[in-house]
Design a protein around this ligand. Sequence first.
Ligand code: IMP
Ligand code: MG
Length: 199
Amino acid sequence: MSSLHADIERVLFSEDVILAGIDQVARAIVERFDGRDFTVVSILKGSCIFSADLIRRIPVPLELAFVSASSYRDKTTSGELEISFFPTGEIEGRSLLLVDDILDTGQTMSRLKAEFLARGASEVATCVFLDKPSRRAVELDADFKVLEVDDLFVVGYGLDFNGRYRNLPYVGVLRPELYGAAGGETDPGADEARSSEAR
Ligand code: IMP
Ligand code: MG
């Protein structure tokens, strides 16, 4: 069986770089909540690996919850956000830290933030592993971000292409031929968004 590593054209962020960045963000999060209890809400599936590394670097009391959301988008509409699992009962009156793998157009994060506030969270801060500011379609800046990427489709460390590559320990760019005709820009994200899988 072939190795996943063979599909990667280049590594953008090594495991060491990723973990050093997470150390810094974890320290900033501790300062931000300043002794107040809070709940980390990990957006499945993409942020599960980041969330696991992040919370183990935050040495203060916190709770952990999960939300599962899929965005159905095509090139012309912003589409709907379908929430298939919501942590009802775990968020009312709580301060939340909403965690995602990547802030791309910003739709997922901004809609989920509004949803959590509407359903009774007392405050919602946002934290992303990767920020892709060039692709933003809604006005939203994450309160915390680990690393910034250009307009490139990346995989690994939780991020997938067609459900694969989440288990790579680093972030990399796929070999262009694996994306099909278009090459390595962000279109694979749109294709993935049309699948019914949780992003
Ligand atoms: P947004 O709602 O456009 O901000 O999209 C966020 C979601 O799109 C992320 O949670 C990812 O699942 C997916 N996504 C965006 N860019 C990439 C990428 O470069 N690689 C893998 N997934 C991506
Ligand atoms: Mg995702």
